[in-house]
Write a protein that binds this ligand. Sequence first.
Ligand code: DGT
Ligand code: CA
Ligand code: CA
Length: 576
Amino acid sequence: MKKSEVCAIFRDMAEMMEILGEDVYRIRAYQRAARSIENTSADIMDLAARRELTKIPGVGRELAGKIEEILATGTLRKYEELKERVPPGLLEILRVPGLGPKTARVLHGELGIEGIAALEGLAREGRLKDLPGIKAKTEENILRGIALLRSAEERRPLGMVLPLGQLVVEALKEGAPVSRVSLAGSIRRCRETVGDIDILASSGDPEKVMDFFTRLPPVAEIITRGATRTSVRTKDGLQIDLRVVPDESYGAALCYFTGSKEHNIRVRELGVRSGLKVNEYGVFRGKKRVAGATEEEVFDALGLPFIPPEMREDRGEVEAGLEGRLPRLVELGEIKGDLHVHSKYSDGSASLREIADKARRMGLQWVAVCDHSRSLKVAGGLDPAALAKKKQEIEAFNAGSKDVKLLCGSEVEIGLDGGLDYPDEILAGLDVVIAAIHTGFRQSREIQTRRLIKATQSPYVHVIAHPTGRLIGERDGYAVDLEAVYKAAAETRTFLEINAWYKRLDLNDLECRKASETGVKFSIGSDAHLLNQMDFLALGTGVARRGWLTARQVINTLSHRELAVLLKGKRSLFPK
Ligand code: DGT
Ligand code: CA
Ligand code: CA
């Protein structure tokens, strides 16, 4: 029994109780408990064994009992009862993101809608808006929600899939007779969502490689099996394709199977112009193979420098390569710190020392600990007294730490009027301030744009956090004039965040590239609430690379001292 399963039951229960119109306080209690269980680093089995479940914030004796029941029986009596009382058709339509219990009850009650397909049909025909409480806008939102749900089911966020992909590659390296092996396809290009995992290997004994691959623990089913290509499905429904080629064509095959398809087409056309044939076996002039063993060799034969996988999207990279103006992309090894980590002070689960230790293991030199500000109560926002205590603890830590340094930061709420959640005197005492919108998502484009621009105009705000607010597969960003925000950020020397939390990746690749044209710089933050989520920094770096950013454009490449100077610098732009 995993934490996530307990959380899922609590969330389902909250939803069903909401449909049934039960007590809001009880509903909130389940939601809060789900959230804090998710954020606790402790193993709940251990906690239960030690009878310490009530140590989880928001879990009292009653909920602790419920958790114990789930751990012991796999479910909960109350949960089963609720399921009996709430029709499955109603639960089904509730899966549409943005569609709340009230609307669901109307749709189910008045029209008898039992499933998502039926809901979609009626929304398209415009037949929902005559119902009580349902506007034309609701209909639009429902259709958008259904589209989001579909894309979420077909494609998965990179961060959910990458660890498994890397694990399989490592396993093949260790246990199968391969000479080279690599991720390929969209996962190697670091696309924000991936359809399946592609892996390429070279070997003289493909059958043995395939035997080993199909017997790996995550494999649930073999879809097709051959000596050059085998596809399997994992227990949770993800497809993995493994291709095995001879060593002399490994480079050509890696180019081909990394894609993207559009990039491949562009490269092939380039070859044709100089009388070369390019395919997954090599680069050929007539019958003669002129390249194929390595990717470098393949690009070189075509008169191109090595194009990093993250750029291979046919977004001008081939032209730039031919003209010698490919940027030197920022690398993960150049990242010296994380600009957005939550600690125990707000809704994170780790202590300052644990965060610093993790940073050291990752080879980082500094971490900005940015807990929520006071008005975000659901996420444990800090009042000024707690913030002062945190600042003291950080100063004491830094005084005693020879390597990793912590920055005392805050993720400060931007109000509806663009005002900030702490007064200037408090902001002035922080090393780093990142300003964020977590409320008022439905405000107009004018208001949202004004909120963000006003935040950039504070001498104390260094970073605009997750500038669009989108959640991959769950929620589009709010309406906002991003170009105006980029311009304001560039003018005020405010940085734009690449929030690396796997569902955010906000700004995304294309927006990074667009924003970079204004001269603005970027700050990558993992938004970690659990320690190992600091590894999301790699995803953020992937986004930066897909946005064609160099080390100079990403402030995480600065040393602690350089960063401190840069952050203080903003204030000097403002007259006293
Ligand atoms: P995905 O899986 O939807 O996230 O995206 P990809 O890019 O991983 O696509 P996938 O798995 O269908 O194929 C892996 C790579 O194989 C793809 O990036 C390029 C190459 N490829 C697949 N089909 C074709 C094709 O018809 N023509 C060319 N030129 N390349 C292809
Ligand atoms: Ca793929
Ligand atoms: Ca594939």
